[in-house]
Design a protein around this ligand. Structure first.
Ligand SMILES: *Cc1c(COP(=O)(O)O)cnc(C)c1O
Length: 427
């Protein structure tokens, strides 16, 4: 596959952009090689600067759940753009979005729109602290909640990929207020809660983890967190930036039947535009300014173009709940196919899947937390990644990322992907 143009662009990009990318995981650092510069995408396919075509399993890290350049979404954006792209004043679209979300997801009375998942999680934690009057939060190792200071402790995603343990620039005070525990380990959580009794404002969790590969919650784990939070008056925050509107119309809360106190959204909620949101029960959300004193704001929050892209996407999902069944069936088909061809090869592997999130680790052991994810064979993952890319299959360039299926992916695409894995000669 000829990728000369991407290589040229990458050299040029590095002269004016740190590392040539605007978000670290894009740089292919852990798998090596040159990132592909993308020119366009349609349905399930990406086209790079050299005109090569790829089946896309990243979906912009989740948002493009309907496939790329979905006609209704594109048309809605075009129509709105003609009426100006921003006002800095309220619009009816924002009400429509809030009504749509509160109608789709359980347990959210009030919702505030922001422009990224990072902002959503950062604001939810501030609110939890303001509401409880406590300072500490507890997060899980290998979970990622955006790049706000308090989350960059034992973080997943790019931090794990780049093997960054502590981040220069984050003050010891902030780091001390972030407690961590292993995912799926209730005992570790209970120990922290006991040790810091009355000091923990919130426990924030990815209900189905997707930033250390896909790692589902073990039976009873989230239920136990819920009970523990109730007992200790700790705010339970579900970070549904990845799982919201992806696992079900009502996200992980609906799919798993557990209610969080605050929920954060991003990715799918913007239909490919920069959007995030946080919401929850009225008595907590009423502490946000201008109702309360917990300040939070944004010049472009609720931007009309971002709202219409999100509303159009969410409405399609709401009106066609069969999409979730189709996505799940496609993902299971992929898992079955990959397992069949990889079993013929001479190495151990584990495929984790939940709904339309799936990931592959080269390891003998079940992947249930950050440690087991980290112990998988990264060298073999790099070989797998490049071998697939060479055959036109675009996967996340790290074992610390989930793959996301989009509904434009066809059975033929899946068969092609499984065949590509069959063709691989990796050691
Ligand atoms: C992507 C992600 C974020 C951060 O969202 P951004 O829009 O990149 O700031 C937060 N939490 C989770 C679970 C994510 O996957």
């Amino acid at each position: 596959m000829e990728t000369g143009k991407s290589k040229e662009l990458f050299i040029r990009a590095q002269k004016t952009i740190p590392g040539g990318v605007n978000s670290p995981v894009r740089a292919f650092r852990s798998v090596g090689g040159t990132p592909l510069f993308i020119q366009k995408a349609k349905g399930s396919y990406l086209y790079d600067a050299d005109g090569n075509k790829y089946i896309d399993y990243i979906a912009s890290w989740g948002p493009m759940i309907l496939g790329h350049a979905h006609e209704e979404v594109v048309r809605a954006i075009q129509e709105r753009a003609a009426n100006s792209t921003s006002f800095g004043a309220p619009t009816e679209l924002e009400i429509e979005m809030a009504e749509l979300i509160t109608g789709m997801v359980p347990n959210v009375d009030l919702i505030r729109m922001v422009s990224s998942g990072t902002e959503a999680c950062m604001s939810a934690v501030r609110l939890a602290r303001g509401f409880t009057g406590r300072n500490k939060i507890l997060k899980f190792e290998g979970h990622y909640h955006g790049h706000a200071d308090s989350f960059l402790v034992k973080s997943g995603s790019g931090m794990a990929t780049l093997k960054i343990q502590t981040v220069p620039g984050i003050t010891p005070g902030v780091a001390e207020d972030t407690l961590t525990a292993a995912f799926n380990n209730l005992h570790a959580v209970e120990e922290q809660v006991k040790k810091y009794s009355g000091e923990i404002a919130a426990i924030i969790v990815e209900p189905v983890a997707g930033n250390m590969g896909c790692v589902p919650p073990e039976k009873g784990f989230l239920e136990s967190l819920r009970a523990l939070c109730d007992k200790e008056n700790i705010i339970l925050i579900f970070d549904e930036v990845m799982t919201g509107f992806r696992l079900a119309p009502g996200g992980a809360q609906e799919k798993l039947g557990i209610r969080a106190d605050l929920v954060t959204y991003g990715k799918v909620i913007g239909g490919g535009m920069p959007v995030g949101a946080f919401g929850g029960r009225k008595e907590i959300m009423e502490h946000i300014a201008p109702l309360g004193k917990v300040y939070q704001a944004g010049t472009l929050s609720g931007n009309p173009i971002a709202m219409i892209a999100g509303i159009t996407t969410l409405k399609i999902l709401k009106e066609n709940p069969s999409i979730y069944k189709e996505l799940q069936e496609k993902t299971r088909y992929l898992q079955d196919g990959l397992e069949e061809v990889l079993h013929k090869k001479n190495f151990p592997f584990v495929i984790n899947r939940f709904g339309s999130m799936i990931s592959l680790h080269f390891t003998d052991y079940p992947v249930t937390d950050f440690e087991s994810s980290s112990q998988s064979n990264m060298e073999r993952f790099s070989q797998f990644f490049h071998g697939m890319l060479e055959q036109g299959i675009y996967l996340p360039p790290s074992a610390f990322e989930s793959w996301f299926l989009n509904n434009a992916i066809s059975t033929r695409d899946l068969d092609e992907t499984i065949d590509a894995a069959d063709q691989l000669s990796i050691s």
